[in-house]
Structure formats: structure tokens, C-alpha cells
Design a protein around this ligand. Structure first.
Ligand code: PMP
Length: 449
């Protein structure tokens, strides 16, 4: 990679982004009352120095404040995997909020049992409870796991992401032991007091940590998706299940992103048997919703414990969790939008996307790799594909990533910030994918000079 050339191209694309987006730039400049000028500080993670402001979005298309339309492969980093404002969810939300009325009343609706049964059909876990975010689903699953095992620690994979969960902000240091993830904001205590860590795809490392006998649960994605996609090697997930059982540790699968693997995520696609499962983002069709599932046996053990306050202020739950609006949106999403056959179509499109990226990489003999997880594809600036989070973190190239994001955005294509990730939704078309293939090839040709 000619860095001087990359630098010049990045400057050219940044200037073009400024020229194309005067309204977004002005809105950002005016946002004096927002912490970091944005509604949420991570919105500053955008190539080009300012975010595009949203005007509207429908299906696989987003329009910004300057009137540009984008093919959206970001899809709200999975929150809009159902497509933006799909008709069935729009109708369900309108019915619940406007026609019947009552978004949140501290009373259940029958939609919740429908959703619970559907989640059981898809993921296998017998009992379900709701949250508004995947982060909270993880927090509560962790608390339940500690309560039921009486053990203090949680084990995660290095460079995992499970939301802003204190216990998960640990990575393996150079000497192989756990250490705080760099940049951790205001940690409540030394993370090694609450957590253990192992590299993904490393069963020996996992066993070494579990052998201490103090791990309540392994919280993991069946494939890492937040440091590129890192796929499990043959036998790894079976090994995780065998070791967790042997050492009396519960297994929590976080399917928030790996849901892209199919209607029942990786858990169904690969016949996994977690004790708990967490999910959020996509299931609400854009309305905040999350859920966690647990086995009937675990649920019974928890519900019969008289020392646990599961009803009031015991640390599990939130006032708006399971509210009527979120649950209605989740039902509509699962019943009508992210259906079994929608996933089949999305998977085929992601294969097409992957083939297009591979063709571009091959044409320029770049040492890059592509990984796919059902409807989700990601390219990484290293080959072969990384085997664990630490390897993948080392392959990061922020400048190159910014160039590709800006080049694509300036030509009407959105990828997920933080990643080179593309997700298909039920409204994505083969023509959309081919447009990406063409623009990506043009970007690589410019890089090659
Ligand atoms: N789990 C995984 C695997 C995630 O990727 C994320 C967010 N990217 C979360 C949990 C947290 O989701 P939220 O920010 O909606 O709480």
C-alpha cells in the first residue's frame, strides 16, 4: 500500500465530503448543547470529521439532510436489519401507540407470550424476559448466572463487544493474562476482579481460566463480529460447550449480531446448546427491544430461590422493559419481516456481496480477507482471516478504512462505521450489491494508481 497515495486520496475524499454535505456540516457546527456535538458520543466515529444528518429512511435506503440517497449496508449496525420502517412494524407501532394507545403502562400484553414462543421456536431456550437493549440483556443474564452458580466471575473473549457491560471490558495482555481494555471509562474496579478472558478459538486458554473454578458464565458471540468477523474453527464451539459443562460454568450466547446467521442465529444454524441467550437491536425492527432466554431448568431454579428479589429492586429489570410498544414491534418484526424465508434471501445476497469483494481483492492481489456470517459480510486488511480478536485488532488500518468509507459514502453507499461491514436486509436487491461491487472496485483501482 502506497501510504502517500492513500493520504492524498483520503484528503481528496474528505474535501469532497465537505463540499457535498453543507447542511450536515452546519447542523454539526451548531450542536453546542450536545456532549461532543452529537446525540451519542460514538456518532463522532465517522469518516470525514462530521456525521451525515438523517432526513429519512425506508427499506435499504437512507436519505441525508443534504438530499443524498444512500444504499444502506450499515443498517444501524444491525438495529435496522429488518430494513428501515418496514410496513408491518409501522402498522403495529401505529396500532399500539395511536389507535389502541398505551406504549408503557406496567401491564403485560399478549404479544409478549407470542414473542416468547417464537423465540423458543427459533433459539430453543424455553423461557424469555425482555429488556430495551442488548447491553441490559447481557447485564441481567450475567447477574442471573452469578446468582445461580454462586460464582463471582464472567469469562469473555479478548476483543469481544457485548455493549457497555463492565465485566466484558477485558483483553489478553502481551503476557497472555487479562488486563483492562484500553480506554475503559470510569471502571468501577479492576476488571480482573470480576472477569477472566480467553482468546477466541483457543480451547487450551479457556480451560486454563475455567480451571480456577470461579467462573459463573462464559459470555460469548458464537462468531466474533465486533473486531471484524472471526469465525469459529471446526470443533471450537463444541469444545467450549464441553469445557463449560465440565467446569460447572454456564454458557451465554450473545446473538445480537450473529442473528445474521439465520432465523435462530448461530445457535440454531450450528445446533448450539447455550444455557442462556441474549439478543437485542434487530428484533424490534428499529424500536428499542432486547431479550434474554434461559432454559426451563434454570428458570425454575431461579424462581424458587426466596433470597433473590426478582420482582423489585434486586438488580434485574427496567421500568420500560417489556413495554407494550417494544413487544408489539418485536412481534411484527419476527412474524412478518425477519422471517425464515427473508433470511434465506438475505444470505444469498451476502454471498453475492462476498463474491464481489473477493473479485476486487483478487484483481489487485491484495492480502485482504472476507468473512461472512449469513446476511453479514466483512472484509479485513489481512490474509488469511484472523483467528482471534487480538490478531484481528492488529490488522486494523484506520486510515485505509476511513478512505474506503468516505469513497463509498461520497458515491451513495453506507458501510458500518467501526467496521468494513455490510449487512443485507429484506429490501436489499442484487442490483444494490452489484453497485457496491462496482464502486469498491473503483476505489481499489484508485488505490493501485
Ligand atoms: N452485544 C453485541 C454482540 C453487540 O454487537 C452489541 C452492540 N454492537 C451489544 C451487545 C450492545 O447492544 P446495545 O448497544 O443495543 O445495548
Amino acid at each position: 500500500m502506497d501510504r502517500t497515495r492513500l493520504h492524498a486520496l483520503l484528503n481528496r475524499e474528505s474535501a469532497e465530503a465537505e463540499r457535498r454535505n453543507p447542511r450536515s456540516r452546519a447542523a454539526y457546527a451548531r450542536a453546542d448543547h450536545l456532549f461532543g456535538r452529537v446525540p451519542m458520543t460514538w456518532m463522532n466515529k465517522t469518516a470525514g470529521g462530521f456525521p451525515r444528518y438523517l432526513a429519512g429512511a425506508r427499506g435499504a435506503r437512507v436519505t441525508d439532510a443534504d438530499g443524498h440517497e444512500y444504499l444502506d449496508f450499515c443498517l444501524g449496525d444491525t438495529g435496522a436489519m429488518a430494513g428501515h420502517s418496514p410496513a408491518a412494524v409501522t402498522e403495529a407501532v401505529h396500532l399500539r401507540y395511536a389507535r389502541l394507545g398505551g406504549a408503557t403502562a406496567m401491564l403485560p400484553t399478549e404479544d409478549a407470550e407470542w414473542v416468547g414462543a417464537e423465540l423458543t421456536r427459533r433459539f430453543g431456550l424455553a423461557r424469555w424476559s425482555f429488556s430495551l437493549t442488548a447491553t441490559d440483556a447481557n447485564r441481567w443474564a450475567i447477574r442471573l448466572a452469578r446468582a445461580v452458580t454462586g460464582r463471582p466471575k464472567i469469562l469473555v473473549n479478548s476483543y469481544c463487544y457485548h455493549g457497555s457491560v463492565d465485566e466484558s471490558l477485558i483483553v489478553t495482555g502481551p503476557d497472555g493474562t487479562g488486563t483492562a481494555r484500553p480506554g475503559n471509562v470510569g471502571a468501577p474496579c479492576d476488571v480482573t476482579l470480576t472477569s477472566r478472558v480467553a482468546e477466541f478459538n483457543d480451547l487450551a486458554g479457556l480451560e486454563r481460566e475455567l480451571a480456577h473454578g470461579d467462573v459463573a458464565a462464559v459470555l460469548m458471540e458464537p462468531a466474533l463480529t465486533n473486531i471484524g468477523i472471526v469465525l469459529p474453527e471446526p470443533g471450537y464451539l463444541e469444545g467450549v460447550r464441553e469445557l463449560t459443562r465440565r467446569y460447572g460454568t454456564l454458557l451465554i450466547n450473545d446473538e445480537t449480531h450473529t442473528f445474521s446467521a439465520g432465523p435462530g442465529g448461530c445457535t440454531a444454524a450450528w445446533d448450539l446448546e447455550p444455557d442462556l441467550l441474549t439478543i437485542g437491536k434487530a428484533i424490534g425492527g428499529g424500536i428499542p427491544a432486547g431479550a434474554y432466554g434461559l432454559s426451563a431448568e434454570l428458570a425454575d431454579r431461579l424462581l424458587t430461590r426466596t433470597d433473590l428479589d426478582l420482582v423489585d429492586m434486586g438488580g434485574v429489570g427496567g421500568t420500560l422493559a417489556g413495554n407494550a410498544l417494544s413487544v408489539a414491534a418485536t412481534r411484527a418484526t419476527l412474524e412478518h419481516v425477519l422471517t425464515d424465508e427473508a433470511f434465506a434471501r438475505m444470505g444469498v445476497l451476502a454471498e453475492r456481496f462476498e463474491a464481489g469483494v473477493l473479485a476486487g481483492i483478487g484483481a489487485h492481489r491484495l492480502p485482504w480477507s472476507v468473512s461472512r456470517l449469513g446476511a453479514r459480510t466483512e472484509y479485513r486488511f489481512t490474509s488469511p482471516a484472523p483467528r482471534n480478536g487480538t490478531e484481528s485488532a492488529q490488522a486494523a488500518d484506520p486510515e485505509l478504512e476511513d478512505f474506503l468509507h468516505l469513497y463509498l459514502a461520497n458515491r451513495g453507499i453506507l458501510l458500518t462505521p467501526f467496521h468494513n461491514m455490510a449487512l443485507m436486509c429484506p429490501d436489499t436487491t442484487a442490483a444494490d450489491v452489484d453497485t457496491h461491487t462496482e464502486v469498491f472496485a473503483a476505489a481499489l483501482a484508485e488505490l493501485a494508481g
